[in-house]
Design a protein around this ligand. Sequence first.
Ligand code: T5A
Ligand code: NA
Length: 224
Amino acid sequence: MATKPSRGAFIVIEGLDRSGKSTQAATLLERLQSRNIPVKFHKFPDRVTPIGQMIDSYLRSKSDLDDHVIHLLFSANRWELAATVEQTLNSGTHIVCDRYAFSGIAFTASKPSQIPFEWCRTPDISLPAPDLILYLDISPNKAKERGGYGEERYEQEEMQTRVREVYRRMREETMAVGSNRESENRPQWVEIDAGRSVEDVGKEIWIHVEPFVQPSGISKPIGR
Ligand code: T5A
Ligand code: NA
């Protein structure tokens, strides 16, 4: 049994709808578990909680909500689990998380209602920040060819094209070298070509994840 690290790594998988996030999260979990590396899985939206049920109903177009309201519910859904995330990391267990605050910002900021980017960012400020963001990049055209596309509210090509642009902006902002203290603690954002086979994408993900899951653990405090 591997020893528990000082603090676990918070690894987030992001990307357009059908970019393969859930497939890769499952592969990564198996890889970690087969090496006896302690890991817990989260997924947002977590459709099980009372807030998550409202989100689920909205996404399946069974209910309608103002764009601001649904945005705040997505954020509240993350805040519901923030303390658990922190406890898990501090106990030395890693977290693999399928979507996080970046999805929240990218999707709302891409809506026709043109809610300002800064407004979209605000409710998620101070949430535990990931150490590593694995952004699965795919063209909306290619994503569309994959199974199940078009069943939920945001799964249309024009929307996904805008979402991809917002992800690009967030990547640039996250990776920009700043002089402030926060920049020392900024997450690492890696872009992965998700248009390849499940195996190839999985191999590349592992190359980026391995340094974060060493027995020595993560020494820096959890970011915000
Ligand atoms: N949302 C989410 C917000 O608006 N605000 C928020 O704050 C958050 C958190 C639901 C929606 O909510 C929005 C974003 C979304 O529009 P969800 O529950 O994560 O979010 O959506 P799901 O429908 O569960 O997942 P996705 O559509 O995003 O798909 P995945 O997880 O990216 O893709 P996956 O792995 O399920 O694969 C899709 C299909 O492609 C195949 C799979 O077998 C599957 O059939 N596939 C591949 N095919 C070929 N090559 C590969 N490499 C493949 N990888 C997978
Ligand atoms: Na998914």
